[in-house]
Design a protein around this ligand. Sequence first.
Ligand code: SF4
Length: 247
Amino acid sequence: MIVNEIRAKTILSKSQIYDYALNAYVGCLHNCLYCYAKFMKRFTGHREPWGAFVDAKVNAPELLAAEVARKRKGRVWISGVCDAYQRIEENYRLTRSCLEILVDHGWPVTVQTKSPLVLRDIDILKRAADVEVGFTITTADEKVRRIFEPGAPPITKRVEALATLHAAGISTFVMIAPFLPHADGLVEMLAGKVDHVLIDKYNYHYADWAYRKHGMQDALTGEFFARAGDDLQRAFKRAAVACRKLY
Ligand code: SF4
């Protein structure tokens, strides 16, 4: 793993999903095969494979403190790309410092991660006026997870973290995207632990080779997304979990 400490020029960027996105890291050790963020290599000049490097914006909290003082208040997505709670956050604590600044200034925050490390910051999350924490969970099958998300935490750890957050009164959601094979088991795993679930197909084709290698190419077809998506949505509704399909 190669870690570079860098100094950024700004930290709150405009987002098409929320008002702002905040990314304290460039690069992501979760190394998902389907990762759409690999395009960032082009802009940062990295020659290492995706998943092997992270740039840590060590001045992120300093920049954020200045930006919240002068920018219009809005919802901040932590993070749009490059998991804010990937393992180097244990040492750098950039996400924690930024979260604390946003919460202390009353800015609404949406955290989205694959990592239970977010539980470390539950003290800040509990005192936030407007915060939600989402986990991306793409399948209920750990074998499938290991193929597509080799560096990311196991599914059970994410579900346990959601249960802890939900029990602490924090709003929680799950994003099933990309919608991978064998996601149906998520209904039972998530009922009672999330406020809502979103499903998206979200395929940028980086991982099509892995579907073929492991005999899962049926899950790339429009027919799969239509049928399995509808089935999953109905199953969540039967379990009294609000669920929306985004395609
Ligand atoms: S967690 Fe997100 S940013 Fe990180 S490798 Fe996976 S898809 Fe890419």
